[in-house]
Design a protein around this ligand. Structure first.
Ligand code: BG6
Length: 491
């Protein structure tokens, strides 16, 4: 059995992390474009102008700014999305390389700000639309089906400055206008769509996910609601415009283990799971789960869901469930244990003594992937699509332009084995696999270039050096063989 011959092998990118060309073709600024480069030890910041005219920066995690702040880009700051790997000008050569590897699909996003620069225009920007026409046409030459994310950390900053982005329901109309535009334009060229990238991140890093700078519980609840409604409307629009369209959600999913058999740790796992299940629940089943409504009530949040909104959610469930899986987490009910944990940047911060970690402290756990696939399949019974996974590592480009990334091959091999077991032995319905950053690109969490995931080394460095040349890593030929053998030859 194993992987079916229709299995969608490929890789994943996002526009803001690879395209660059920030001021080209009438593009507007997005949330990523006002975010500076960080490092493994220095958090990224967001820049803005105060109403008194001073330029300030603020940590990107939970962004707090004085009233009247206007986000933007200013001299003297280093914004990695502005150049990225200049995929905008290199896409032909890049797609040719992905085609050579035998990709069946390429996941990338449409940068909303290339189509509607501030998010609020009545008519779209033709030059932006044309760029993605060219990109999808290029993919078609190699038989690569695009898998398009509608919003991948690229909310127009115009919407943030106008009304705080997704906290305000006016964002829904702007988003659906954009969705209609791209659904009509790319009908017949794009069949697979994802609505919001890692929507659950909206509750942890709201600015990065959706350009939201408020972080009080009520604003986060409404930001989630407006995006869930926008996602459901997007599903309906995409289905209406082309019944062949298949639409998925996208959630950051790290499998959670209890730190001890103490029942309070077990209960804590259930609570932690809800951080991602809440979004799966609404997008897969079409209604708010009881636990979330009770939580809002207990937190004193005045949360309203009208009958009309309930109807939209019900009619906008996704066709498949997609998620990112990089690592698993360990959950403890004991705040001291969680607090003391070091060396593992997992969401919940407890180190797992059974697992190695990456250079960035992310645990490496292929068995956790098999657990994750089973958990999602058992719970929802909808086809799954693993749209992000991979090892961010520091690669060395040798003088002869080779990169020996055996560590990456090892990571991917073990994760593919886990997928195969989940399909063969557990009966999970998995439709595809797009490892993250198939071309090296800018890291979302740190803004670094030297946290590399790709099969293809891109000579762009954090200090601005590098000529942008592309070089095949050892993993390039390995993955090519994996695809050609439909996941059988993993050596
Ligand atoms: C996911 C995002 O969270 O993880 C990507 O969807 C991101 O945009 C990826 O790049 C890997 O994270 P990082 O921080 O290593 O780039």
């Amino acid at each position: 059995m194993g992987f079916s011959k229709n299995f969608l092998w490929g890789g994943a990118l996002s526009a803001n992390q690879c395209e660059g060309a920030v001021n080209v073709g009438g593009k507007g600024l997005s949330s990523s474009d006002v975010t500076t480069r960080g490092s493994r030890t220095k958090m990224r910041t967001i820049t803005y102008k105060t109403k008194e005219g001073n330029i300030e920066e603020v940590m990107s995690y939970r962004v707090k700014v004085p009233e009247g702040a206007q986000f933007g880009c200013f001299e003297g700051y280093d914004y990695p999305s502005h150049e990225a790997i200049d995929f905008y000008h290199h896409y032909k050569e890049d797609i040719a390389l992905l085609g050579e590897m035998g990709f069946k699909t390429l996941r990338t996003s449409i940068n909303w700000t290339r189509i509607y620069p501030t998010g609020m225009e009545e008519t779209p920007n033709e030059e932006g639309l044309k760029f993605y026409d060219n990109l999808f046409d290029e993919c078609a030459k190699y038989g690569i089906k695009p898998l398009v994310t509608l919003s991948h950390y690229e909310t127009p900053i115009g919407l943030t400055n106008a009304w705080g982005s997704w906290v305000d329901e006016r964002n829904i109309e702007c988003f659906t206008r954009y969705v209609k535009t791209v659904a009509e334009r790319y009908k017949g060229k794009v069949e697979y769509w994802l609505t919001f990238n890692e929507l659950n991140i909206s509750q942890m890093v709201p600015f990065m996910e959706g350009g939201v700078y408020a972080s009080d519980p009520k604003s986060l609840a409404y930001s989630a609601k407006h995006q869930l409604i926008a996602s459901a409307k997007a599903v309906q629009i995409l289905h209406e415009i082309d019944p062949n369209n298949k639409v998925g959600n996208m959630i950051a999913y790290g499998y959670n283990y209890a730190n001890t058999p103490n029942p309070v740790d077990g209960l804590k796992v259930i609570m932690a799971n809800r951080e991602s299940y809440f979004f799966f629940d609404v997008q897969a089943r079409g209604y708010y789960p009881n636990y979330k409504l009770i939580e809002y009530k207990n937190d004193g949040i005045d949360f309203i869901l009208t009958e009309e909104e309930k109807e939209i959610l019900k009619n906008g469930t996704v066709d498949f469930l997609s998620f990112s899986y990089y690592q698993s987490n360990v959950i403890s009910a004991d705040p001291n244990i969680a607090h003391d944990a070091k060396g593992n940047m997992s969401f919940h911060g407890v180190k797992n003594p059974y697992l190695p970690v990456s250079e960035w402290g992310w645990s490496i756990d292929p068995t956790g992937l098999r657990c994750a696939l089973n958990a999602l399949w058992d719970k929802y019974q909808k086809p799954l699509f693993l749209v992000e996974n991979g090892l961010g590592a520091e690669d060395i480009l040798n003088e002869d332009k080779t990169v020996h990334d055996s560590y990456r091959i090892e990571y991917l091999r073990e994760h593919i084995k886990a997928m195969k077991q989940a399909i063969e032995e557990d009966g999970v319905d998995l439709m595809g696999y797009t490892p993250w950053g198939c071309l090296d690109l800018v890291s979302a969490s740190t803004g670094e270039m030297h946290k590399r995931y790709g099969f293809i080394y891109v000579d762009c460095q954090d200090d601005g050096t590098g000529d942008g040349s592309r070089y095949k890593k050892d993993s390039f030929n390995w993955y090519k063989k994996v695809i050609a053998s439909i996941g059988e030859d993993l050596d």
